[in-house]
Design a protein around this ligand. Sequence first.
Ligand code: ADP
Ligand code: MG
Length: 762
Amino acid sequence: MSKSKSSESVKVVVRCRPMNEKERAAKFERVVSVDVKLGQIIVRNPREAAASELPKVFTFDSVYDWNSKQIDLYDETFRPLVDSVLLGFNGTIFAYGQTGTGKTFTMEGVRNDPERRGVIPNSFEHIFTHISRSQNQQYLVRASYLEIYQEEIRDLLSKDQSRRLELRERPDTGVYVKDLSSFVTKSVREIEHVMNVGNQNRSVGATNMNEHSSRSHAIFVITVECSELGVDGENHIRVGKLNLVDLAGSERQTKTGAQGERLKEATKINLSLSALGNVISALVDGRSSHIPYRDSKLTRLLQDSLGGNARTVMVANIGPASYNVEETLTTLRYSNRAKNIKNKPRINEDPKDALLREFQEEIARLKAQLQKRSGKKKKRRQRRRAGEGSDGEDLEEGETEDDDEDGDDKGDYWREQQEKLESERKAIMEDHSLVAEEKVRLLKEKERKMEDLKREREAGELLAAKVKAMESKLLVGGKNIVDHTNEQQRMLEQRRQEIAEQKRREREMQQQMESRDEETLELKETYSSLQQEVDIKTKKLKKLFAKLQAVKAEIHDIQEAHIKERQELEQTQNELTRDLKLKHLIIENFIPLEEKNKIVNRAFIDEEDEYWKMKPITRIEDEHQMMTRPLSAVGYRRPLCHHARMAMMMKPDMRYKAENILILDMDLPARTTKEYQEPVIAPKVAAALEDALRDEDEIQVDASGFHSSLGPTPPTSASSSLKKPKSGRPRTGKKLSTPTSPFSSSSPSSPLYPQSRGLVPK
Ligand code: ADP
Ligand code: MG
């Protein structure tokens, strides 16, 4: 481990995944070859026309081919980084690359398969094993999990997944996510649970998980705090923070043809990633003094990992197939630049925000409280014993009692106290010299004392439980976290690490030899013959020429990439300009100048978020526009119309005083119905009806009158009596049968009409 304060480069490794089923089925060509020994990635151009073109070679700290095992990557590349986090350095691992090249596979891997577990689960195992083997150290491990999607930060561990978090900055501790939840974890199982919960939440709300994960950045943060007694006799705390970052897919989001919302979305998705690229460029450029960290949430949050106080490893993931060659080259160039970033990692000793310190202080405080309680008890007991005049033996025992062994002693104490109260109660009950009232009072008092005793005991137990819970979170090797690996496994682990270390050193030496070879070429200046000189120089020339060609090709490629990027940026700019022009047009033509000015005056930029916001409508003195009330409201609570004011003066006691309400009389509507007029019944019908409705016994059949009554008109009296009263309701048969009926006997029967057929009951 290198000393602190010195600067070191970002470590970049490249991993090429195997061909997948589809690629094999479609018989795609493999264009990537991997030289693990030299740490080189060689990319051929798949185009026929470019067959003569030299393959492109990139050198990295280490490279992994499709046969690489997860554990190899971990032992060689990630283990040293996690080790330094355990020492109190900050560490970051980025997985960069096109979607589907194995970023998530490298970071998380296959969860339930120990062989294919990724860096995150492997680091859990590593961290807790390290702690379990530690001596005289106290550890506190906690985890957070967040996601950045379209420049919005989501806490993957919080209950409310709709909430968006904000970045804040403090001069002493730097940038942090406000209100980000973090969980103290005591074992691998617990931290795995945290990861699983976060992963579940990550897929919640995503209609298409693949698409969502390829467009968002996921950051798993493990903070390890370690407290150890220093040489100065003081406790020192070191805090290491490990950021495990699964970046969004690096492929270009197609912006062509996108408009409005879709354009905005496409621009935002890669904003963090292109900002990351800009930060890397600015850092390695050396000329620019401004590093655009503030351009995106991701770069702000991981500012320390890029050119700051952290050790950083970037894993660039690529695919081997020919159709991906463009993206593969872009990824390789991008990560190649990152190699030159210089970080200045140092151990974070005794930072102000160490949670471990807070825990220790809280535990000490609670313990002191507990001590005070038991101290009080002890004193009380001693006093009591002395008062009872017990012999010296007892007292001695009380004095020699150790603070640590008070568990049993405490139980005794409570029992004693309770028994004593109980016996006192009994004594009172049996004491016949006391008056009944006095007895009740004393008994009550004793009962109250017993209650108090119980409550005190419960409070003490609660306090003890709290201390225990807090202490259990502070991990101490061999005590509350035990190493379960046996000697053999441990040896095996160590061997593996040694091998990894050896491999790494070998590769470094190889790379050094390569570069020295080129240098020494020029030093061999003595030639035995002219022919030899020609031979050697030709060889040298050939080598240098090839190199020149490679560099030229590289320059050409980079220029092309730049042009492409610039065109895209220009296109975005054009779109945005057009959008802006439209908005200007609307403002100029449809929003009154006065209103526009008001809005402009209220708008301000929020320094924290770097986002335009609107000030609330306030009634501050200097804001004249807002202060003055309309003329109509002078002297009144609210604007009043003339009518209301007059009404107030004229009729001071009216109901809606000072309201702008007109009170008017009710307007009755015009009548739309008519009086009922009964229809005129023809005399013949009237007679027939009357006849029909008469009681049968009233009907007298008189054959003699048959002819005389043949007259066309029935008696007029009947016709007039049939006229209904004003009510207009037809009479019922029953009513007609009453003797008061006006035409009961007056009209003679008319044999002309048929007899009633039972219309009226007999
Ligand atoms: P990314 O996260 O970059 O989009 P993934 O990690 O999801 O890509 O990988 C895509 C697929 O490729 C997965 O099915 C994964 O299992 C497989 N894969 C990636 N890298 C490897 C590897 N080194 N070995 C075997 N399979 C791999
Ligand atoms: Mg992924």
